[in-house]
Design a protein around this ligand. Structure first.
Ligand SMILES: Cc1cc2nc3c(=O)[nH]c(=O)nc-3n(C[C@H](O)[C@H](O)[C@H](O)COP(=O)(O)OP(=O)(O)OC[C@H]3O[C@@H](n4cnc5c(N)ncnc54)[C@H](O)[C@@H]3O)c2cc1C
Length: 326
């Protein structure tokens, strides 16, 4: 039985990562009706956290930066609400950690939005005047479609025969590629000082790219480390079983013998870090069929870049909706 939403939304946003949330907030502020859907159980996409024996671990983004005026404003608000705290970095290059975890940033940005969790979009079809977008159990109509999932996932959805985005959009999407990534979270019996700041980034990202010390990060939780692999390691081990990956990652980490591990958890990211490309646009679009794509595929491959792409795409969607609704 498919649930058919009778109302037509002004915009359906696929993805409740930071770009989807930024765009949705801006569109709702401008008075448009917006539905956000995400295949995951929670919001935030790659700004993701989980608990191991009660202790929060971030298995996606470890911190946010604030280089732009727009995102600085958000970080200021989050500092006041105690949703982020300064972690490390010299003046002008500070990094901020989420409180009690990075995912709280996304939860805060999602407040007041209509987010349908656990809704995986399987088909998108432009019907001349509106989009029909469906998951296994739901059918939604909207005047515009904003996709904020990584470009390869957006391309898969757009390949349906009924939809014909301009070749310009398809070309742009096909140039946005991602490396895989693997994060190992380990709850520890004793504190393990990774570095003075609690974050270590290797110059050569193979096989280990970064190590984060969860105790130093916020001073709140039980001791733990998050070891993030480099892209080559992830590519080689992605389909191995989790126990083998954990063993290989620990073997690759020179200080693993010092870790007093209580419990571990693993996260594999098929689309972890966007590769460098020559695209300077903040989003791609085909207004003739009211279609947009945004996210960390544009601006910069990080949380702040995703946020800025979301803000800028919202201005474009709003302008076209205003013309359409006149
Ligand atoms: C391991 C790791 C470490 C990182 N470290 C940092 C860091 O320290 N600092 C930093 O700034 N950045 C970091 N990043 C990058 C940062 O997390 C991303 O750039 C940013 O979060 C991307 O946001 P987004 O909205 O573009 O995409 P996403 O967060 O990927 O959001 C896309 C959303 O679309 C949803 N979706 C996909 N397909 C469908 C579908 N068919 N139907 C419904 N929903 C769908 C997904 O579930 C997801 O929630 C890291 C990333 C990884 C993976």
């Amino acid at each position: 039985m498919v649930r058919d939403y009778s109302s037509v939304f002004d915009c359906l946003v696929v993805g409740s990562g930071i770009s989807g949330l930024a765009a949705s907030r801006r569109l709702v502020e401008a008075g448009f009706s917006v539905m956000v859907c995400d295949k995951s159980r929670g919001v935030g996409g790659r700004v993701a956290s989980r608990r191991i024996e009660g202790a929060p671990f971030d298995h996606g983004a470890q911190f946010v930066t604030r280089r732009s005026a727009e995102f600085s404003k958000i970080v200021e608000d989050l500092l006041i609400e105690e949703v982020v705290i300064p972690w490390f970095g010299e003046a002008g290059k500070e990094r901020y950690a989420g409180l009690p975890s990075m995912n709280q940033i996304a939860k805060t940005l999602a407040e007041g939005l209509d987010v349908k969790r656990g809704m995986r979009i399987e088909n998108v079809r432009f019907c001349g005047d509106y989009w029909e977008v469906s998951s296994e159990a739901e059918l939604v109509r909207s005047r515009s479609l904003l996709m904020t999932c990584p470009a390869p996932q957006a391309l898969d959805l757009l390949k349906s025969e009924a939809t014909e985005p301009s070749s310009c959009v398809l070309n742009t999407l096909s140039k946005i590629e991602y490396d895989k990534g693997i994060a190992l979270m380990a709850l520890l019996k004793e504190p393990f000082p990774v570095s003075d700041s609690g974050f270590l980034q290797y110059d050569d990202p193979e096989p280990i790219a970064t190590v984060a010390d969860t105790l130093k990060k916020r001073g709140l939780e039980s001791p733990g480390v998050i070891i993030q692999s480099g892209p080559d390691f992830a590519e080689r081990h992605f389909d191995s079983n989790p126990d083998t990956i954990i063993e290989c990652l620990l073997d690759a980490y020179p200080r693993s013998k010092e870790l007093k591990i209580v419990s571990t958890s693993l996260q594999k990211w098929r689309y972890a870090k966007r590769r460098e490309h020559g695209i300077s646009d903040s989003y791609s679009s085909d207004p003739s069929i009211m279609l947009w794509h945004a996210g960390d595929g544009y601006v910069a491959p990080k949380v702040e870049g995703a946020y800025l792409s979301g803000l800028r795409v919202a201005e474009s969607v709003a302008a076209e909706l205003e013309l359409k609704l006149k």
